[in-house]
Design a binder for this molecule. Structure first.
Ligand SMILES: C[S@@+](CC[C@H](N)C(=O)[O-])C[C@H]1O[C@@H](n2cnc3c(N)ncnc32)[C@H](O)[C@@H]1O
Length: 312
């Protein structure tokens, strides 16, 4: 496989292996990025067609990874509409028709490494962090305009930053904050020396602001719901998450779908009528191998969860 300098695909072998039992002919890659997963899938399944989605114009500008790829600039929060249109085209009656969905969520190496995008606390750039450069809300609005309580709230919820209020106050006091280096310094200086010595002090704060700017958790919930809806019976949904907040959403939604009859155990027959819509082909999340982590340290925190739509 030709490796794109844009982004190294994470757990590509595991993704292919989890889709092989489905014999896929039509897959939606909801997070195209550098196209690494799409390319691996096309190599593994020669008859495959891929509908690839990304909200970042930089990802779209690279062009599709081959003739079998249709590239769409969109947020996967709108996946329900996109998948419905695909299945209207693919089937006579618009029934769920997708063999597999892949979400490799979070930011790409390209986004992290380009200082201009403002995602990195290690590189000086504008305080931006929008994956979709056409979106209205940028990180500059949050740090320079939001009330202290709202900033503290996102640092606590999305960064799990224990000193959220203290950091939020420091951000507000330092206004205007004009670049990412200044933001990282303000955060570091607001924290006690003992905290500063562990990890990078601004990591959690940048993560929290990024999640808020891109409404990452809200989009994931909507995207997942749509994927489950438009997967054909026997098809699979795969999600690679990189932190616990994302993974928790995936785990809970998959678990909810696998729950069947909820009648008390002493009922002779089911009266609630509830049947499981999903099954878990692998119970625990899959992790990258040590060899992959050695060549691509950004794979370190990846967790791949897989769910299969039950034949109805
Ligand atoms: C980790 S990268 C994917 C890399 C890709 N799998 C590859 O192998 O090159 C995540 C990509 O998903 C995109 N993305 C994240 N959230 C999105 C969303 N809600 N809608 C559409 N694209 C999204 C980002 O712009 C980024 O390009």
């Amino acid at each position: 496989m030709v490796q794109s300098p844009y982004h190294l695909p994470v757990m590509a072998d595991e993704v292919v292996a989890q889709l092989r039992p489905v014999s896929p002919r039509l897959i939606v890659d909801a997070t195209y990025g550098g196209g690494g997963h799409t390319q691996a899938l096309l190599e593994a399944f020669p008859e495959l067609r891929v509908v690839a989605i990304d909200q970042d114009p930089d990802a779209i500008a690279q062009g599709p990874a081959g003739d079998a790829v249709r590239l769409i600039k969109a947020n996967f929060a709108t996946l329900d509409q996109i998948a419905e249109e695909i299945c209207q085209e693919e089937t006579a009656d618009g029934t769920p028709c997708i063999d597999g969905f892949l979400f490799d969520i979070g930011v790409s190496s390209h986004q992290l490494d380009e200082p201009e995008r403002g995602f990195s606390y290690r590189r000086r750039g504008p305080v931006d962090m929008r994956m979709d450069r056409d979106a209205e809300l940028g990180a500059d609005t949050i740090v320079n305009e939001w009330p202290v309580d709202d900033i503290a709230d996102i640092l606590w919820r999305y960064g799990e930053e224990r000193m959220a209020r203290r950091v939020a106050r420091a951000i507000v006091a330092a206004r205007p904050i004009t670049d990412t280096e200044q933001l990282a310094d303000v955060v570091a200086e607001s924290l006690p020396a003992a905290v500063r010595r562990r990890k990078h002090p601004a990591k959690k704060v940048f993560q929290a602001i990024r999640i808020a700017v891109n409404d990452e958790l809200g989009s994931l919930e909507l995207g997942l719901e749509a994927a489950i809806r438009w997967t054909r019976p026997g098809g699979r949904v795969l999600v690679i998450a990189y932190h616990s907040l994302e993974d928790r959403i995936v785990k809970r939604r998959f678990a909810a779908g696998t729950a069947g009859c909820e009648c008390p155990p002493d009922f002779p027959v089911c009266t609630c009528g509830r049947v499981a819509e999903l099954r878990l082909p692998v119970r625990k999340p899959l992790r990258p191998t040590p060899a992959e982590i050695a060549t691509n340290p950004r794979a370190r925190s990846a967790l791949l969860r897989v769910v299969e739509k039950v034949d109805s």
